[in-house]
Design a protein around this ligand. Structure first.
Ligand code: MTE
Length: 362
């Protein structure tokens, strides 16, 4: 076992604070990602929070500000479980970095993602108990971790009030049926299914209802999408698209990029997701640069709109080198761009270009 009970084959991107992603073959083994395999993304150190002394503050445009202990949250509010994928906006950044370098950002592969069963109180119920003021447009969250790189501020973000009032958004205290682990935000975190991972604030200390998005740097500056011509030197952070709903994406987990295989039928397997509660409807594979496509078989749809879906297909590979690419279509017929170059951005977010591997069949 590695850090904090994580598997030793995690790909560690940073030791302090611990940031790691899972290797793709183990990630594809279980629809619900085991805790020891679930990626960790933290901007600051893991704060040690005593669950007995923990309090959540709810304030801002509310009728009645609240201060809630963990016990009150467990006992006085409904308990709901949602299976939802959590994906870092930087997932697959390494492919963007091959197009044009992105210095100072973590070179995440395609394993900064996982699918968990989250249990907690629906945020909606807590907000209803406080009374949502008519002017409210945003729910802002603040964490307890100090982020040194940003001058020692606490991590924060916000989501639109319509999303905050949707039943799938949880104040989670359990992950896969176990108490939330320290690195995943214990004792309490927000889980915002269908959105980029950055909006699921860990070690939650307060919720503020307000008219504007959070002015925390992780909402106001980071996690914004800029066109390919904007660079770190030319950027105006007041512009750019504030990332919210995750984009439609599919990844080949097996075989690995660069693998040597026996020619003949080869199983290709991976994951696919559709952001914003849309469904993954189809996954296609090509081994001839997109001239022809074969359709993969999708895992059972268990009516879990916030989860990912697994897929697999058998491709008949003749001896030689093959480039295999995958793309998915969601229930709004959204699909993925062919090339990462078209969506390159200097922060390296939201790469959902066709995922491509090269294999050698003998
Ligand atoms: N919440 C706090 N308080 N601090 C953080 O650094 N990182 C965010 C989000 N919530 C972060 C946070 C980002 S960028 C991601 S992708 C997810 O948490 C990662 O959640 P995980 O570490 O449980 O996988």
């Amino acid at each position: 076992m590695g850090y904090s009970g994580k598997r030793h084959d995690m790909i560690v991107r940073l030791r302090q604070p611990y940031n790691a992603e899972s290797a793709l073959i183990p990630l594809r083994e279980s629809l619900v990602t085991p805790l020891d395999l679930f990626y960790v993304r933290g901007h600051g150190n893991v704060p040690g929070v005593d669950p007995l002394r923990y309090r959540l503050e709810v304030s801002g445009l509310v009728e009645q500000p609240l201060i809630i202990s963990l016990e009150e949250l467990r006992n006085n509010f409904p308990k709901a479980t949602v299976t939802a994928v959590l994906q870092c906006a930087g997932n697959r950044r390494d492919e963007l970095m091959e197009v044009t370098p992105i210095p100072e950002e973590t070179p995440w592969g395609a394993g900064a993602i996982g699918n968990a069963r989250w249990t907690g109180a629906p945020l909606r119920d807590v907000l209803l108990a406080a009374g949502v003021g008519a002017e409210t447009r945003q729910a802002a969250f603040l964490g307890l971790d100090d982020v040194e790189d940003e001058g020692g501020i606490n991590y924060g973000s916000s989501i639109p009030i319509e999303k905050a009032m949707s039943p799938e958004v949880l104040l989670a205290y359990e992950m896969n049926g176990e108490p939330l682990r320290p690195e995943h935000g214990s004792p309490l975190r927000v889980v915002t299914p269908g959105y980029i991972g950055a909006r699921s604030v860990k070690w939650l200390s307060s919720i503020t209802l307000q008219t504007e998005p959070s002015d925390n740097p992780f909402q106001a500056r980071e996690y914004k999408l800029f066109p390919p011509n904007v660079t770190a030197e030319t950027v105006d952070y007041s512009e750019g698209l504030m990332l919210g709903e995750a984009s439609t994406n599919a990844v080949i987990c097996e075989p690995s990029d660069g693998a040597s295989l026996v020619a003949g039928p080869v199983w290709v397997r991976g994951y696919a997701l559709a952001g914003g509660g849309r469904r993954v409807e189809r996954v296609d594979l090509t081994a001839d640069e997109g001239s022809s496509w074969s359709q993969a078989r999708l895992s059972e749809d268990e009516d879990q709109p916030w989860a990912w879906r697994f897929w697999e297909a058998s491709l008949d590979l003749a001896p030689g080198t093959h480039r295999i690419a995958v793309r998915t279509f969601d229930s709004a017929s959204n699909t993925q761009p062919e090339d990462a170059g078209a969506i390159w951005n200097f922060k390296g977010y939201a790469n959902n270009a066709w995922h491509k591997i090269k294999v050698n069949a003998r």
